[in-house]
Design a protein around this ligand. Structure first.
Ligand SMILES: *[C@@H]1O[C@H](CO)[C@@H](O)[C@H](O)[C@H]1NC(C)=O
Ligand SMILES: *[C@@H]1O[C@H](CO)[C@@H](O)[C@H](O)[C@H]1NC(C)=O
Ligand SMILES: *[C@@H]1O[C@H](CO)[C@@H](O)[C@H](O)[C@H]1NC(C)=O
Ligand SMILES: [Zn+2]
Length: 401
């Protein structure tokens, strides 16, 4: 049971109409056999499970750890079925609503709507923050409008770098999936690290002398707003589908590379709907146009997600390795074992690789292909990474998917 949910509309945090998740559970299962996989897939058909990891039942396989969210009404039946079929499971959230409320950090929200780096900020607060970064650090930060979302919100890239020249650049997006709140929080934190580091950290200063970062703090703004006002678990954008009552395209699967291939769905009501055509959505079109118009300078594209502890790299839609994988794998391996391992002191449940060939010491962490559709044709392709932020260290309070 969660605490009574008090709505403060002044703060735009979940209005009275907001979808509630009382009694909903998030379950983690360890799948061993093909029978287990079949069971979960058939349960998905019957109960419409909401997959958190991986993000659809089409990608589950034996020896995998799978997390999904179940409706309160189905809890008893599902847990019974799991027991009956000897599927080992663990309940990650006993009451999802309580988890959401804890995460919203109400008491602090009520006091002020000031931007904070250690809590989640709503969209208006992030917009004000971006303007403030540009005005307070005009030597380093510039805002670039790349077009509007479906609902007409301007998408603003923060260009961070000392040079005005079209030198080498890295593009980073956060919040392509609306409910992955830790991702936009990361982008804001990253911008702060860059601007504050510039004056006191030689390495960052050197980095920003010739290198430019293009940072899009929330790619799926309409969806992000919707997670604050209507449904915390919303993932896609907010454009209505044709010939369907369902809303939203999975923007991550709307790019014009191997579009709507395995791992995506052409069914508008699914969470992995690829849209009616490649780049049919305003948000993906705007990002693609921006990248294409800066192809000479952009050397890498990083997309930040939740949750897992992985770095994914090209390609995601095939088992074939990217041409530069010989350079990439050792680099990413070093990053994983060095930086992240050191920071969190985890044994090694970290993996690094494409969905197709995850370099991992733990087979349960293999991420089956393909998930990431955010690639560019190889002849014009910037190097592409996708970081999935950790789940393990703050499960119950900071990483609701
Ligand atoms: C859950 O059960 C309630 C009460 O029986 C019902 O009103 C509601 O429609 C059910 N929801 C789903 C998703 O089955
Ligand atoms: C930046 O680029 C200039 C011109 O190419 C070069 O001379 C300089 O060494 C570079 N500085 C850093 C810190 O990389
Ligand atoms: C998608 O990519 C193909 C092949 O590069 C190209 O011919 C087509 O025009 C692109 N479509 C869009 C919507 O950009
Ligand atoms: Zn995601």
């Amino acid at each position: 049971m969660g605490l009574p949910w008090i709505c403060f509309s002044a703060f735009a945090v979940c209005l009275a109409s907001c979808l509630k998740f009382h009694g909903h559970k998030v379950i983690q299962v360890q799948l061993e056999t093909e029978e287990h996989v079949k069971l979960i897939k058939s349960m998905d058909k019957t109960f419409n499970l909401d997959f958190w990891r991986p993000d659809s039942s089409s990608r589950i396989a034996p020896k995998m750890t799978v997390d999904f969210h179940i409706h309160a009404n189905h809890t008893e039946t599902i847990l019974h079925l799991l027991k009956q079929n000897t599927v080992h499971y663990e309940v990650l959230f006993h009451d999802l609503q309580a988890g959401i409320e804890a995460q919203l950090d109400n008491s602090r929200l009520r006091k002020s709507q000031k931007h904070k780096y250690n809590k989640y900020n709503d969209w208006d607060t992030i917009t004000d923050w971006a303007s403030k970064m540009a005005s307070e650090h005009s030597d380093l930060v510039r805002l670039i409008d790349i077009g509007n979302t479906y609902e007409g919100r301007p998408m603003t890239v923060l260009r961070v770098g000392q040079s005005n020249a079209e030198g080498p650049a890295i593009f980073m997006d956060c919040g392509i999936h609306a409910r992955e709140w830790i991702s936009p929080a990361f982008c804001q934190w990253f911008v702060r690290e860059l601007v504050s580091g510039y004056s006191k950290n030689e390495e960052i200063k050197k980095l920003l002398t010739n290198l430019t970062f293009y940072i899009l703090p929330v790619l799926n703004i309409d969806g992000y707003v919707y997670t604050w006002t209507e449904d915390r678990m919303w993932r896609k954008n907010r454009s209505p589908a044709e010939d369907s009552d369902c809303f939203g395209t999975d923007l991550n699967r709307n790019f014009n590379v191997s579009w709507c291939d395995i791992g995506s769905s052409d069914e508008p009501c699914t969470e992995i709907y690829c849209g009616k055509s490649a780049q049919s959505e305003e948000e993906t079109k705007n990002v693609a146009n921006f990248i294409l118009s800066h192809l000479k300078s952009i050397k890498a594209y990083i997309s930040i997600h939740a949750f897992s502890q992985m770095i994914l790299y090209p390609y995601s839609y095939t088992y074939e390795l990217a041409p530069n994988s010989k350079e990439l794998i050792p680099l990413l391996d070093r990053l994983m074992t060095g930086l992240i391992h050191k920071a969190y002191n985890t044994p090694s449940p970290l993996s690094c690789g494409t969905q197709a060939s995850v370099v991992s010491s733990s087979p349960s962490l293999r991420y089956e292909p393909p998930v990431k559709k955010l690639h560019w044709p190889s002849n014009t392709s910037p190097i592409m990474f996708s970081l999935i932020l950790p789940n393990k260290f703050c499960y119950t309070y900071c990483i609701l998917h």
